[in-house]
Write a protein that binds this ligand. Structure first.
Ligand code: BJW
Ligand code: ZN
Length: 245
């Protein structure tokens, strides 16, 4: 059981605005691989071959093959105790803004309805020509096409691409206005998401990290709750409800 400092629980209890940023580690206990570290996707696959617009232009079959494989993984697994605890935390604090780098949609599946998805959603497809998101209309040579004739691509954000502008703006605003910022299950290496805890810190927020490992962010954090989020978050909720009662 991680040690919660004397400061954290009262601060959380009376906080008017809490912001949470999650990364692939929040879904690790669901059985989805993370990107970096032991067992991470980038240990087996090269990001340059699969997660850039250039890679897609070069070999859409290869990229779609990888995304179809990962879609199947997302569909065949479920949210875990960490996702459910965050949905529960929503009801226990003044305002909770949830920002995620995950593309699996598990926060929403666990009952957290308004989630800022910085890197898109892996189950969504988008037409390269008309920009429409939705179902594949036609398949040709194993590739999905839109009704307008354009090729569909996975609705995620690849390296070198801009993040959805409204999502990034809302995320910045949430980082600037919260009194506590949680960074959960992220290596904090991919920008601009990795900038958010720094923005929050500069605006005076208390920074809490939940991760079994130390990361690029640990030196900046006020508190590291070291452990898997599927265990730490339910313990945090439990401790918080005791403070509240
Ligand atoms: C647990 C756990 C448990 C394990 N419980 N925790 C040089 C310097 C600075 C920036 C750049 C640069 N060169 C290029 C850039 C920009 C680039 C970038 O940041 N690169 C860095 C890698 C250097 N960023 C971009 O390109 C972004 N766009 C952009 O910046 O546009 C403007 C621009 C364009 C061009 C040039 C410059 C600027 C777009 C980034 C898109 C990221 N996309 C991906 C793929 C999404 C689609 C897909 O899923 O296929 O997003 S990459 C991948 O990394 C994915 C993730 O969302 C993202 C972050 O990873 P995350 O979530 O932190 O996961 P991990 O695996 O890294 O960490 C998991 C953590 O969990 C670990 O710490 C574990 O310990 C922990 N953990 N078990 C809790 N049970
Ligand atoms: Zn189209």
């Amino acid at each position: 059981m991680p040690h919660f400092t004397a400061k954290l629980l009262p601060l959380l209890h009376r906080s008017a605005h809490v912001t949470v940023l999650t990364g692939a580690g929040i879904s690790a206990e669901s059985g989805l691989p993370t990107f970096r570290g032991a067992g991470g996707l980038w240990r087996t696959y090269r990001a340059e071959d699969l997660a850039t617009p250039e890679a897609f232009a070069r070999n859409p079959q290869l990229v779609w093959g990888w995304y179809n494989y990962r879609r199947e993984m997302v569909r065949s697994h479920r949210p875990n105790a960490g996702h459910y605890a965050l949905a529960e935390l929503h009801g226990l604090v003044g305002k909770l803004t949830l920002i995620t780098q995950c593309v699996d949609g598990y926060h929403r599946q666990a009952g957290f309805e308004e989630v800022i998805e910085l890197h898109g959603n892996i189950l969504v497809s988008r037409c390269l020509q008309c920009g429409k998101e939705g179902e594949t209309e036609v398949w040709r040579a194993g590739l999905p096409y839109c009704a307008c004739g354009g090729m569909m691509r996975p609705g995620v954000v690849w390296f070198g691409e801009s993040l959805p502008r409204a999502a990034l703006q809302s995320a910045h605003h949430a980082a600037e206005t919260c009194s506590i910022f949680f960074a959960i299950g992220t290596s904090a290496m991919v920008y601009p998401a990795a900038q958010l805890p720094h923005v929050a810190g500069m605006h005076g927020a208390y920074i809490v990290e939940i991760n079994p490992e130390e990361t690029a962010l640990t030196a900046l954090a006020d508190e590291l709750l070291q452990g898997p989020s599927g265990k730490v978050l339910p313990q945090l909720i439990h401790a918080l409800t005791k403070v509240s009662s």
